[in-house]
Design a binder for this molecule. Sequence first.
Ligand SMILES: [Zn+2]
Length: 324
Amino acid sequence: MNTREMFAKAVDGGYAIPAFNFNNMEQLQAIIKACAETKSPVILQVSSGARKYANQTLLRYMAEGAVEYAKELGWEHPQICLHLDHGDTFELCKSCVDFGFSSVMIDGSSLPYEENIALTKKVVEYAHQYDVTVEAELGVLAGVEDDVVAEESHYTKPEEVIDFATRSGCDSLAISIGTSHGAYKFKPEQCTRDPQTGRLVPPPLAFDVLAEIEKKLPGFPIVLHGSSSVPQEYVDIINANGGNMPDAVGVPEDQLRKAAKSAVCKINIDSDSRLAFTAAVRKVLAEKPGEFDPRKYCGPARDEMVKLYKHKIIEVLGSDGKAE
Ligand SMILES: [Zn+2]
């Protein structure tokens, strides 16, 4: 399904839909299992990195298989959207629409304002013919996500959002209020340090900017990218088992919870499941150096991701029970 109804309900209900990226079978199984067990609607995201790694055709049929898998797990009416994450050209968005995606993102945020509108509008006009919803982006997020790299962030300007949404016709808008892609979202110099744990404490999100945007576009679906929290227990397991991830830090979950209650109705989480996967794999391989069956370490990694996704759905986004 597309995101229209999902978002309308989420805005009204004060919760957010999880948007989880997937790149392999174990990750997809974990997402679907977590959503089936909590009855949460979900957006399955395919990034350019995922398309390169796993192949677009395979991912599309995996998503189709996921709907059947969800039903097998006892989820009678699964609400699953297949979404292109960070589409950068009209041609790519068109190919995903033609290919059966139910939602696409066109990310023209690096372009000058008028060019961003023109490109978004072109994608919207094409996608809407097939009832495919379109996410656009205004403002720039810092950080690294697959092929999306930006040194510095620029907050979305609230005075632009009405004009942008109206003229582009987009269905939802990704904004920049201080979230950031990747597992190193904030440089140490942007943070303070907790004297007890020595861990970085990131700067707060710009809730004043979010509130202004919400005032300009009441009820319009807002999207947050780069919203992993980088759970420190996973960073610790990774570092204790041969890893090296100093100062990895994310967006605190209480801030995401607060955002989910507002006009934010889609929250993108990718890095956290990478961390869960890697922590579980490192632990098994460190404890059982003779293990060589991938199922023996990918299985526990999958279990750990299920735990993580359920935690996000229930404790952070509040989307559990919204897709009975
Ligand atoms: Zn993103």
